[in-house]
Design a binder for this molecule. Sequence first.
Ligand SMILES: Cc1cc2nc3c(=O)[nH]c(=O)nc-3n(C[C@H](O)[C@H](O)[C@H](O)COP(=O)(O)OP(=O)(O)OC[C@H]3O[C@@H](n4cnc5c(N)ncnc54)[C@H](O)[C@@H]3O)c2cc1C
Length: 405
Amino acid sequence: MKSSPFNEQVDLIIVGAGMVGLCLAAALRLQGLKILIVEREESAPFISLGYDCRVSAIVAANIEMFQAIGVWERLQTVASPIHTMRIWDNQHAGGIRFDAEEIKKTALGYLIENSKMQEAMKLTLLQDVNIELYYPAVIQSWQRNNGKLQVRFEDGRVVETPLLVGADGANSWVRSNAEIHLYEHDMHQKGIVANIRTQLPHQNSAYQRFLPTGPLAFLPMINGMISIVWSAQTEEADRLMQLDDIGFIESLNLAMGPVLGRVTEVGQRAAFPLKTRLAAHMIRPNIALIGDAAHTIHPLAGLGVNLGLRDAMILGREILDAIRFKEDYGSSEILSRLIAQRVPDILTVMASMEGLNHIYTSQLPGMPLLRGLGMRMVGNSGIIKQMLMQHSTGLSLPVPKQLEA
Ligand SMILES: Cc1cc2nc3c(=O)[nH]c(=O)nc-3n(C[C@H](O)[C@H](O)[C@H](O)COP(=O)(O)OP(=O)(O)OC[C@H]3O[C@@H](n4cnc5c(N)ncnc54)[C@H](O)[C@@H]3O)c2cc1C
């Protein structure tokens, strides 16, 4: 690519206007930074009984971040608090109940439709004239020049930046163009999502049952709706997807039991292949990967986007700190601070999800008994339970500096 004196300069290019990319821009808004958010296509919500069935359980610590960056006020009316969570397995051999009151919080987290989160973040970004959502746009190539990256778009636009952030999801183009290797583990499972109605009200409780084929969760939405995430081995998931609504409802009732009475209605279903992925490097000079572009995990604890949101907040903080101290935030030295702060958290959560999925789907002799014992121990031990709850709500993780009092 030939460099041109007329190249546009921006402080940051974010590739991908998903929840994570938009969150990074929101964390940096009103700081006077010129930011270009590049999005390839408009992602339409996948509607099931009138609501997006792509939802996320956002943990308490990330709700506090949303409050700090000014996004929460647009989300309060569409977020459903999760006050309690009940987890049990197929054998009824033990169960555990988490209650927000036990950690002195009003909610363990909030269930929010993904499209509503994106919409709220986009509206928040409108307040900053320095932030441009460049859509539809596709990068053709980039080239490093004098410590910066020159980025050429398919429409001929050329933009120079110290840092390009790949927030372009699990099949990240940025990751492959930067020649970053991807470690991938196919779980041979699919996650089926849909919205349902049940005979009894959910009362803001989440339910998760571990079946031999994988976990099934009922998650409380606004207006009494319930979102399901049913992870099952691929063959079983394909069979469930092929059932008509009556057959699917019957299977759901059998699988979940009568916790909320019977399931009375199910909307459109969608299924996603489940893979654990980890980029071999989160950074290169002038490049950082965040969110699903850097890592994906099993959805059983609903932590995937939560990890990505933390990547965004911490990268945002490091960029602002570097600017304050007149450092080059596109350099490997500064970007490696992102790795130092994020990798331990990502690897811990990733290993826990792999382990839990294995423990709960294993049919080895004696495993159901051990699971039951384990759950009873956790349920009876106030300290272990508190630690687990602090961890799953993100409250045990270090607070990003910009949120510290
Ligand atoms: C069944 C299921 C249930 C889940 N439930 C939860 C949950 O309860 N809680 C939770 O925390 N997580 C959950 N997750 C995980 C969560 O959905 C993801 O972690 C999250 O969507 C990742 O967000 P992202 O912004 O990193 O990527 P994405 O949402 O994939 O966004 C990437 C964006 O980049 C754009 N893009 C891609 N390529 C390009 C390109 N070349 N140029 C420009 N733009 C591009 C895309 O169009 C998209 O808008 C679940 C996942 C699954 C499969």
